[in-house]
Design a binder for this molecule. Structure first.
Ligand code: NAD
Ligand code: MN
Length: 356
């Protein structure tokens, strides 16, 4: 089967890491005759600054109805702002447009990577809700003011049910791969009404999935456990802003943003991107760590493989994951991981580590 992949490289290091991922994919396309048909889209904060153009609903409809998946680099430049004072981000618009309600962020300490904490059994999946929560009011009417500004946290039962169903099914499939397979909700129901509902729905879904263990912590103490005892987590599920923060905290335990992949999904659409942003501080120098983007690409193949019952894609995802693990263990490494190598050297090593 031929797959259409919409590719949005974006800003800063986005295009650099997307190039890296496409180099790895190209090797597997040749090896197995995979048919990936890329359609590139030039949306970026830089384009907006130059021309005022940004991604539109019509364009997202077109992409969403023709592409099997979206591969996304990173978008945003801190000094490029829209009319409301917020940064531009097609990733944020796609989350709303495609109702991508969950961002799956695997956090695993690979051999060869040093953690700033003592734990050595870090292997979790942070699921960040991405369609509502603290970002629910992004499209609200807004009167700019120098005196007062607010945001809105809204949580719905419908999204919670989908989100927690996904969390429990992920725990079940992770268990087959050897993790304990349980789900922890991080929330703030002691102080936020929206989170009272979130906790209630979690309890209901947990009761229906009683073959899978569950736990709950308030987000504050849960964040402390992330540092003091990360081994207690398997699948972690949480609200939008909590998940944004806690997933990067967790990424910091296992080598940082350069190795942190993500998959933003709904029941029908998927946008695959690293957890990091455009990293303007290192853009254009050829030193970005391509690992997060390459692992996100493997997540895309896994997701496509499952959706289309295509075992070849699942196999290629495994090849790529394995090659990344080999290179993390043996080097070469980029500077964020204590090495001295550039992006290209790491990509070449990953390609060389792929099974013949
Ligand atoms: P960032 O993730 O871009 O960078 C944070 C730090 O991590 C920087 O020091 C950077 O050099 C480092 N880093 C990130 N990725 C790396 C990689 N692959 N290899 C080596 N080092 C890496 O976050 P930021 O600086 O807060 O934001 C920069 C811009 O990116 C902003 O405009 C922000 O809005 C945007 N952003 C976009 C996304 C997205 O596209 N999904 C996500 C986060 C931030
Ligand atoms: Mn973030």
């Amino acid at each position: 089967m031929q797959y259409k992949i919409a590719v949005i490289p974006g800003d800063g290091i986005g295009p650099e890491v997307v190039d890296a991922a496409l180099t790895v994919l190209a090797d597997r396309e040749t090896r197995y005759g995979l048919e990936l048909d890329y359609v590139f889209h030039d949306y970026s904060a830089d384009l907006y600054r130059r021309t005022g153009r940004k991604i539109t609903a019509v364009e997202m409809d077109r992409i969403g109805s023709t592409a099997h998946a979206v591969l996304f680099g990173a978008m945003g430049l801190p000094d490029v702002r829209g009319p409301g004072g917020l940064e531009l981000g097609a990733q944020v618009e796609m989350r709303a447009h495609y109702e991508l309600f969950a961002s799956l962020r695997p956090v695993r300490l690979f051999a060869g990577v040093e953690s700033p904490v003592k734990a050595n059994d870090i292997d979790m999946l942070v699921i960040r809700e991405t369609s509502e929560g603290m970002f629910a009011g992004l499209a609200d009417e807004h009167e700019p003011s120098n005196e007062r500004a607010s945001d809105r946290m809204t949580i719905t039962r419908a999204t919670c049910e989908k989100l927690f169903d996904l969390a429990f099914s992920q725990a079940r499939s992770r268990r087959q791969r050897g993790t304990p397979g349980h789900v922890t909700l991080l929330h703030k129901s002691n102080a936020l009404r929206s989170n009272v509902l979130m906790e209630k729905v979690f309890d209901e879904v947990a009761a229906k999935n009683d073959d899978v263990g569950s736990a709950k912590f308030y987000i504050d103490v849960g964040s402390m456990y992330m540092i003091t005892d990360p081994g207690r987590y398997d699948v972690v599920v949480t609200e939008n802003i909590f998940g944004d923060i806690v997933s990067e905290l967790a990424a910091g335990l296992v080598g940082g943003l350069g190795v942190a992949p993500s998959a933003d999904v709904s029941l029908t659409h998927g946008v695959f991107q690293p957890s990091h942003g455009s990293a303007p501080d290192i853009a254009g120098q050829g030193i970005a760590n391509p690992t997060a983007m390459i692992l996100s690409t493997a997540m895309m193949l896994d997701w496509l493989g499952e959706r289309h019952g295509d075992g070849l894609l699942t196999k290629v995802a495994g090849d790529i994951q394995g090659a990344v693990e080999t290179v993390l263990a043996d080097g070469p490494r980029t500077r964020d991981l204590g090495g001295t190598s550039g992006t290209q050297e790491v990509v070449d090593a990953i390609v060389a580590a792929l099974p013949a």
